[in-house]
Design a binder for this molecule. Structure first.
Ligand SMILES: [Zn+2]
Length: 69
């Protein structure tokens, strides 16, 4: 999948602040059911974790936001 766009493979949006990071700098957060919910940067991790604990998931991400181009 997406093999034609290798040059972008390492870049990915943080699921929270929408900034672009190297995907190695992003961490998956699981929801209350243990399902991967968002991949976020280090500075957003605590905030998003708190949102999940409070069951405030916010908007759903598109495929593009989750996985990049
Ligand atoms: Zn972030």
């Amino acid at each position: 999948m997406n093999e034609g766009k290798v040059y972008k493979q390492r870049e990915q949006f943080c699921g929270n602040c929408k900034q672009i990071f190297d995907r190695n700098d992003l961490t998956w957060i699981n929801d209350n059911y243990g399902i991967p919910y968002k991949k976020v940067c280090e500075s957003c991790y605590e905030e998003v974790h708190e949102q999940i604990r409070n069951n405030n998931y916010g908007e759903e991400l598109s495929y593009y936001e989750m996985w990049g181009d």
